[in-house]
Ligand binder design. Structure first.
Ligand code: ADP
Ligand code: MG
Ligand code: MG
Ligand code: MG
Length: 418
């Protein structure tokens, strides 16, 4: 029973295990006994160790058979490590240099050894500190455009696409977390929910009675469940992005599956918008983060426009998938009609993106998993003010999605609420 061979690797076991991998041991250098091993996992699900030797370092991620944030009472399949490995490998191929290189994977131990990202930090932390990242737009839009386009029916044959869907279909336990925690629980009484109380008690109650919102979020949930458009990262928040001034790396694709493209793009926009609203709560003097806040909204705009531009360019240059047969769009008129259709595809994708972004905001304020953008605002009154502004925008984005026609409609609405 191979699954029976799983064990949680504590520091000493990990040292022995790595010493038995010649390439990894050589990369680390020196005696195994001299390697420095630190557990740094700050995520909700897994263990992550950083190991440093005389000549190099690595990161080691191991899945636990349960949700780390909650404990053994909430089991979660180890197979998520397999899907993360599969997704990382695909992303490395499609978006070279934008994910950590995989150095070793052990299916039974649900363990992956990766390139150590150093001196990268989690982007969310940088945003709390009002740091601007000049490479971010370029890198994240390349990552999204390439991973999403090349795994879609616009690029793949029907057979390739369905095989690829099948390869990720077993990751349904991770999808279920999203289905429950993002699309359902924040809108009902659920044991795991929490919010800044008592300040947001009224807002939490109004969300639970808001049937227009319940319809809108249920439509998004159905779209998430029933639209295998492309291989999505599935957890593309600013805690899954590691950065320096000059580099961007996307980590942690354990939620990857074939789902709606707008879910990933919406995740990035939602997390930037939350950084924007939270920023007021991190001011030391009025206006001292104004330049940062302007950069965040500019970045929201550029993430959408650059993503859309790159995705469309990939489609124009390589729309070889089975979805839009070239033979149906022959000649000049055909080409023009196809180009107009590409534009309306992007308009629908924009609406999905706006809706999913809204869902990602609301879950961080009323659901189980919160983010440090808001959580590090110590004064609960100040935090509640930032959170309530974000929720007002999110409600409008979800229920009145059609009134947001272009990305500037989103940033203008955000600016008015600040
Ligand atoms: P989880 O699935 O539990 O959220 P993550 O993959 O997000 O785990 O990793 C948790 C933390 O470990 C990250 O926030 C980051 O600080 C650190 N980490 C993960 N991968 C690397 C890496 N390749 N290099 C350096 N640090 C990493
Ligand atoms: Mg994570
Ligand atoms: Mg996480
Ligand atoms: Mg994770």
């Amino acid at each position: 029973d191979r699954a029976g061979d799983y064990r949680i690797l504590h520091e000493a076991d990990l040292r022995d295990y790595l010493a038995g991998l010649p390439d990894i041991a050589a990369l680390l250098g020196g005696e195994a006994s001299s390697w420095a091993i630190t557990e740094v996992g700050d995520g909700n699900l897994n263990l992550v160790f950083i190991v440093k030797g005389a000549s190099g370092g690595i990161a080691v991620k191991q899945a636990l058979p349960y949700v780390r944030l909650v404990g053994e009472s909430w089991p979660l399949p180890l197979s998520r490590a397999h899907y993360e490995y599969l997704a990382l490998s695909k992303q490395a191929q499609l978006a070279p240099g934008l994910v950590p290189a995989v150095l070793h994977h052990n299916e039974v131990l649900a363990l992956t050894v990766m390139e150590l990202l150093e001196p990268h930090i989690i982007m969310r932390r940088g945003l709390v500190a009002a740091t601007r990242y000049p490479r971010f737009v370029e890198d994240i839009t390349t990552f999204m455009a390439r991973t999403l386009f090349f795994t879609s029916d616009l690029a793949l044959s029907a057979a390739e696409k369905k095989e690829a869907i099948a390869a990720f279909a077993g990751n349904h336990a991770l999808c279920k977390i999203t289905e429950d925690l993002i699309f359902t629980d924040p809108y009902r009484i659920a044991e795991q929910n929490r919010w800044t109380a008592p300040h947001l008690d009224g807002l939490a109650a109004s969300l639970r009675e808001d049937l227009e919102l319940h319809v809108a979020v249920s439509r998004l949930k159905l779209k998430f469940m029933a639209n295998p458009e492309a291989l999505i990262h599935g957890d593309l928040h600013t805690g899954s992005i590691m950065v320096t001034d000059s580099q961007t790396r996307v980590i942690d694709p354990e939620f990857a599956f074939y789902g709606p493209v707008g879910f990933d793009v919406g995740a990035v926009l939602a997390n930037l918008l939350m950084a924007y609203f939270a920023s007021a709560g991190h001011e030391r003097a009025p206006g001292d983060r104004a330049a940062f806040e302007a950069w965040v909204l500019e970045t929201v705009e550029q993430v959408w426009t650059e993503f859309a531009r790159k995705f469309l360019d990939l489609w124009r240059a390589g729309g070889t998938g089975d979805a839009y047969p070239v033979s149906l769009f022959a000649g000049e008129q055909g080409a023009a009609r196809l180009e107009a259709e590409r534009q309306s595809y992007m308009q629908r994708l924009f609406a999905d993106t706006v809706g999913f972004a809204a869902a990602k905001i609301i879950r961080r304020i009323f659901g189980l998993a919160h983010n440090i953008d808001f959580e590090l605002i110590e004064d609960p009154r100040t935090r509640a003010v930032s959170e309530a502004r974000a929720v007002r925008l999110a409600r409008a984005m979800m229920v009145e999605t059609a009134s947001f026609r272009i990305i500037a409609d989103v940033t203008n609405a955000a600016r008015k609420l600040r």
